[in-house]
Write a protein that binds this ligand. Structure first.
Ligand SMILES: Cc1cc2nc3c(=O)[nH]c(=O)nc-3n(C[C@H](O)[C@H](O)[C@H](O)COP(=O)(O)OP(=O)(O)OC[C@H]3O[C@@H](n4cnc5c(N)ncnc54)[C@H](O)[C@@H]3O)c2cc1C
Length: 441
């Protein structure tokens, strides 16, 4: 948005770099015509955890902010696996992204960013969004590790849609007597959570067989404590087979072929192989290779452009951070504040990551709280994950009208009925509390 127009003599010098970014210069009759934006322009690419938290820091009265994202909904991914068992149906994990952005007084472009340089973002809808500062928070895409057949024959776990597809297939399987083999590829946090939900709903159904495949020798190998044996002890009496220590070489209609030649037959293959960078990072030269994340300094400034900040899962920070929502939220807020400092010529602050334990649920059988160096397990901890979800949604989109308020009350009631009460009711505590355990690395 162009506000003031000034005509300056040709010798005029422009000092501060932040000024430079805000100016649009044109030569006219031997003079420089300076077009000053009334508010500094900020473009945020990706309206997920990091992007929306950055947007909240930039007041619409002070900044002209555009948020770009192709997806209409913000999805609360940390609880998305609960769709598999039917504990959540998916709609309660979604918020209208346009509404959140517009309530902040910002502009929403529902499309993909395809490229950017130091001054503007190119959008897939043909528009160009110029900026003084840009925040890139594109998260990640499912990582197939180049394995053939994944996109055709497996279902990822990156969205509500994905998990609704898995839930539907399992529900169909439960209606007949034919054996339904469910294979989860990836024994990390998301894979274990997916298996837990499938078991929550179907472990007593005799037609179901479950498989977990991972190239590591243990499941949850990245978590402190030997949680592998704890997970396996819960499923000892059910039809669960662990195929560990081998890579998947191909996914096909009938199942999975491992690099040791073994075939795991599967009717529903769930792919939970982690995340890879969005192609935008490499296209825009924010990353050094197509499989690299956007390298930044401690202030989240890209190595390539001073006025482009990369945050959340998309960022490769000087001190590696796990790709988790709580880091993305903190990074987004911090980047929003640093962008404001950058645009007013102030010194940028250095980010110090705060540590928060990660909560990993294993259906209704257990919940692990993973710290740095040890883990604690107890089924009552499931209530902690639910609390983060209910409070997180309220923080992203606080109710501002009676309809919204009723939706929030409804979500809270569902959480109470399906998660809090089953997790912490006194009768359950009698049987569950003694099971609380401590695992050292
Ligand atoms: C199944 C699952 C379970 C998880 N469980 C947990 C958990 O229990 N605890 C936890 O802390 N974390 C968990 N995570 C990780 C957490 O969800 C991520 O760390 C977090 O979402 C990262 O936030 P972000 O803002 O960086 O990216 P995202 O939330 O992924 O947002 C990125 C946004 O960018 C948009 N985008 C991408 N490319 C473009 C483009 N070119 N142009 C415009 N927009 C674009 C996308 O549409 C998306 O909306 C889980 C993730 C998954 C998939």
């Amino acid at each position: 948005m162009l506000g003031v127009v000034e005509v300056l003599p040709q010798h005029t010098g422009i000092a501060a770099q932040s000024d430079l970014a805000r100016l649009s210069l044109k030569r006219s009759n031997g003079c420089i015509v300076r077009l000053i934006s009334s508010k500094p322009k900020v473009c945020i690419i990706g309206g997920g955890f990091a992007g929306l938290n950055a947007a909240q820091q930039l007041k619409s009265g002070d900044y002209d902010v555009t948020v770009v994202d192709p997806e209409p909904y913000v999805e609360w991914l940390p609880n998305v696996h609960e769709i598999i068992s039917g504990i959540k149906n998916g709609e309660e994990l979604r918020l209208d992204r346009r509404r959140i952005v517009q309530r902040l007084g910002h502009r929403f472009e529902q499309t993909c960013a395809t490229d950017l340089n130091a001054a503007a973002v190119t959008l897939a809808n043909g528009k160009i969004v110029s900026f003084d500062a840009c925040i890139v928070s594109t998260g990640g895409v499912a990582n197939y590790f180049g394995v053939e057949g994944v996109s055709a024959h497996a279902i990822g776990m990156k969205s509500v849609d994905d998990c609704q597809r898995i839930a539907k297939k399992l529900r169909m399987g439960s209606l007949g007597h034919k054996t339904t083999r469910v294979a989860v590829v990836g024994g990390g946090i998301e894979g274990v959570e997916a298996l837990g939900e499938a078991l929550r709903a179907y472990r007593y159904k005799p037609q179901f067989e479950f498989y977990m495949v991972d190239n590591h020798q243990k499941v949850l190998s990245g978590c402190a404590g030997n949680l592998d044996s704890q997970v396996k002890s819960h499923v000892r009496n059910f039809s669960v087979d662990f195929q560990l220590g081998s890579r998947v070489s191909e996914v096909h209609k009938e199942g999975i072929t491992l690099d040791n030649g073994k075939v795991v037959h599967s009717d529903v293959t769930i792919w939970s192989g982690g995340v890879a960078p969005s192609s935008l990072l490499y296209n825009a030269q924010l990353a050094d290779g197509p499989d690299q994340w956007g390298e930044v300094n401690y202030a989240f400034q890209s190595r390539h452009y001073d006025n482009v900040f990369v945050v959340g899962d998309a960022a490769k920070t000087p001190k590696p951070l796990s790709k988790q929502a709580f880091h993305a939220i903190d990074m987004g807020r911090f980047a929003g504040q640093n962008v404001a400092r950058y645009l007013s010529g102030r010194r940028l602050k250095k980010f110090e990551a705060s540590f928060k334990p990660q909560v990993v649920t294993f259906g209704d059988m257990d919940t692990f709280m993973v710290f740095d160096g040890f883990s604690v397990s107890s089924s009552v901890l499931g209530a902690a994950k639910e609390a983060v979800y209910t409070l997180g949604l309220l923080q992203l989109s606080p109710p501002d009208n009676p309809k919204d308020f009723m939706r929030s009350v409804d979500l809270l009631q569902k959480s109470l009925r399906k998660v809090y009460i089953p997790a912490v009711n006194p009768l359950n505590l009698v049987s569950k509390l003694p099971k609380a355990k401590f695992f050292r690395r």
